[in-house]
Design a binder for this molecule. Sequence first.
Ligand SMILES: Cc1ncc(COP(=O)(O)O)c(C=O)c1O
Length: 429
Amino acid sequence: MDKIKPILFDIYPELEGKVPWIPLLTNLPSKVERLKELEKHLKLEGGEIYIKRDDKVHNTYGGNKLRKFEFILGEALKKKKKGIITLGGIGTNHGLACAIITKELGLKCELNLYLQPLTWHVQRSLLLYDFFGAKLHFTKSFELGVLKSLLFRLFHPKYYLMSIGGSPILGFGTPLGSVGFINAMFELKKQIDEGSLPIPDIIFVPAGSSGTSAGLTAGCKLLELKTKVYPVKVSIDIVVNPKTLMKIANKTLKFLRKRDKTIPDVKVRENDFQLIKGYLGSTYGVKTVRGQNAVDLIYDLEGKSRDFRLETTYTGKTMAAMLDFLEKEENKTKKVLFWNTYNSNDLDKYLRETKFDFEKLPKKFHRYYNNKLFQCWQVTDCPEDIRNKCRAYLNHEYRFWKVTECKLDDNKKNDALEYLKETMNLEDA
Ligand SMILES: Cc1ncc(COP(=O)(O)O)c(C=O)c1O
């Protein structure tokens, strides 16, 4: 595999060797594409919409986590650790990325998982963590997950403790993950200079543990871009708030400046970004009406022809915020970039290999499968010859009945749809 060295190391050569890093990403720079169908749909008047395809940065698992891991796991390997312990909700993408990459690197992976709203995404994620060799532990809450992870680390010094989402929590933890997104901002600047896109007025990006948006904001500041980052809050207050975001951004800048004095002495202030609230719903991971509508709309207009999909926890809510913004008359001329943070590589082939055998998982997770049906093919027991050719099969986020011709007979189909619509539980947010 070609080593794709961080652009930051070219611009600030002192950093190389002083900032831990390992090559993981296989497809850099991630592409920038224009979403013309969406522009038409929104009737923009001179405005333009671009997407940064971080969903394909790695051949197995794309998305935002791997940009962080190049630096965080770089440190873990430098410290000669033999495994990673980390935590997240039971459907954590961070945990899945960690399971996949630790396997690639020959490291062990332990995941402390706490409850989040149950969905098919959660069901499939649990099977995939196990498939990629992670060891799963159930914990009753986020706080207990933190405690258990700290204790595990205490008794297993050969493990590296990676904080939730790969970002510092309450000021604790390494800022290395956000270095990956400062670097990503420099990558984008190069694409701007090469003419792939104009300087965006705004970048929309989900804020879950805030490391991604903090890195992008710090990157804009260093580059003196007029671009403003709009992190969309998709997680609880304790991890997403302006102070935390600023702290992470400034901790990351300080970390870099300590290693290369030529880096400008800039600080991120509260008015350097605009935290967008109102899209989360009652808590992390719930499906909301606006988030789900955004997932369906984008799948239909752009995603199915370009091979990417949004999901309802992060990118759907962020897209919903961007759509609302662009619906406003005064914003019809804006140039915006949607930073796509969710993997779009096909994981279904691995999922099929699990044979959906949830009994292989630790017992505490079995209750998330027994009589818990979220998908049409689960409800109807859809025959293999039909489901194998159907786009709805294994899909996990769009309302498949809106975009799929069901081949089952009408009674069976209608009963299933009735059941699914009732159990979807979309929150009014
Ligand atoms: C798909 C996706 N987007 C965005 C995020 C949020 O990134 P951050 O935790 O850096 O705010 C996550 C975090 O898990 C994620 O899985």
